[in-house]
Design a protein around this ligand. Structure first.
Ligand SMILES: Cc1ncc(COP(=O)(O)O)c(C=O)c1O
Length: 380
């Protein structure tokens, strides 16, 4: 039934055998920089590539500061801690996200609250957020209290799904009004902009991931971006075991984390970042080809939302119902064309079943109908 899609994808990638969902591309100075890194012997969490990469990422995203971490999950964890999220606090996020968003909330001893997404962006809906807060929130002593649980809603973590920006300016306005700290999970959206501003730079802190499946990768890696110098300094301190700087003494002034990105990963990433522009244009070409192909088909190809420029990290289509989507997943995967459903909604996972939820009909609708299709960069 889906032979035309399978043939089209094979045509794009021009190969037999397995077509992965997203594979990394190493066409630049990766080996050169890795060799330099090895020759320097600085392969761990101190080294020139880490510092250089932070400067380049800050420059690219237009944020004042960047702090490189071992992965995006660590960056989320630290960002929440820096926002004073602790035991029994509450954090609003979307149910349609990768587990890391919620895991990091749990690492702080806090509880997620799930609010619906927009169908168009697949990210947190400002309308649902506003409605949830108007029904449940009360401001006391400059803090946002949840009338139902009596707990403090400290932060809000929207996510830019598959690299498509959510309506982040509106979300920011609502968070400001309710005294809630905004942290953006921009793990999937390096190279995506909303009204010309890079995703991850709207909140007080933004988080990027450089996992092997992301648009650029260091094998692993993450980053915190911020315009706040004090937060950036604290982020660096917390991610480097809270060691007090000294030429030889080991003194630590708080419980810190070993979350600093190793130089080896940063060497890879420095090269990957040099190629981001061509990766982005390849992604856009692939998305355009899919858009053209799907325009006469009975599925909706997900395009970049209004006012945004997407990195098209993972292309996705929407089917009329779950039955058709599942048949698509079954047929394409059996023909070695890798396709995937969205994540199981977080509120359905055993760990989060007791969490407070708003009305989640858009997330439920998307969860049943969306499939990702192969989206690796193609540069010959
Ligand atoms: C939305 C989202 N948040 C967080 C992460 C966590 O990043 P990492 O895998 O680098 O820990 C990922 C990806 O892996 C992600 O897709």
């Amino acid at each position: 039934m889906f032979d035309d899609v399978v043939d089209f994808v094979r045509g794009i990638y021009g190969k037999e055998g397995l077509i992965p969902l997203h594979e990394p591309l190493f066409i630049g100075n990766e080996k050169k920089y890795l060799n330099e890194c090895i020759d320097s012997t600085f392969v761990s969490s101190i080294g020139e590539f880490v510092d250089k990469f932070e400067v380049k990422i800050a420059e690219y995203t237009g944020s004042k500061y960047a702090v490189a971490t071992t992965n995006g999950t660590a960056a989320l964890h630290i960002s929440l801690l820096l926002s004073d999220v602790g035991e029994d606090d509450e954090v609003i996020t979307q149910p349609l996200t990768f587990i890391a968003t919620c895991n990091s909330i749990s690492y702080c001893g806090a509880n997620p609250i799930f609010v619906d997404v927009d169908r168009e962006t697949m990210g947190l809906s400002p309308d649902s957020l506003n409605y949830f807060l108007s029904e449940n929130a009360v401001i006391k002593n400059n803090q946002c209290f949840n009338k139902t649980t009596g707990k403090i809603i400290k932060a809000c973590v929207p996510m830019h799904t598959f690299g498509h920006s959510c309506r982040i300016s509106e979300i920011k306005e609502i968070c400001d009004k309710y005294k809630i700290i905004l942290i953006e999970d921009a793990a999937e959206s390096l190279g995506s902009f909303y009204n010309g501003k890079h995703t991850g730079t709207f909140g007080s802190l933004g988080v990027l991931s450089f996992n092997g499946n992301k648009i650029i990768t260091g094998g692993g890696g993450g980053c915190i971006i911020t315009d706040n110098e004090a937060l950036a300094k604290k982020a660096k301190h917390l991610t480097t075991t809270a060691k007090v700087p000294h030429k030889w003494e080991y003194t630590h002034d708080m419980i810190g984390y070993n979350y600093r990105m190793p130089n080896l990963n940063a060497a890879l990433l420095t090269s990957q970042l040099e190629n981001l522009k061509s990766f982005l244009s390849s992604k856009r070409n692939i998305a355009l080809a899919y858009k053209e192909f799907f325009k006469d088909k009975p599925y909706i190809f997900i395009e970049e939302p209004v006012n945004s420029q997407s990195n098209y990290w993972l292309n996705a289509i929407i089917f009329k119902d779950k039955k058709e989507r599942d048949l698509f997943l079954h047929e394409t995967n059996s023909k070695e064309v890798m396709t995937r459903p969205m994540w199981t909604l977080m509120n359905k996972l055993s760990m989060f079943q007791g969490s407070q939820c708003g009305e989640l009909s858009n997330a439920e609708w998307l969860e049943e109908r969306v499939a990702n299709i192969p989206s690796s960069m193609l540069i010959t």
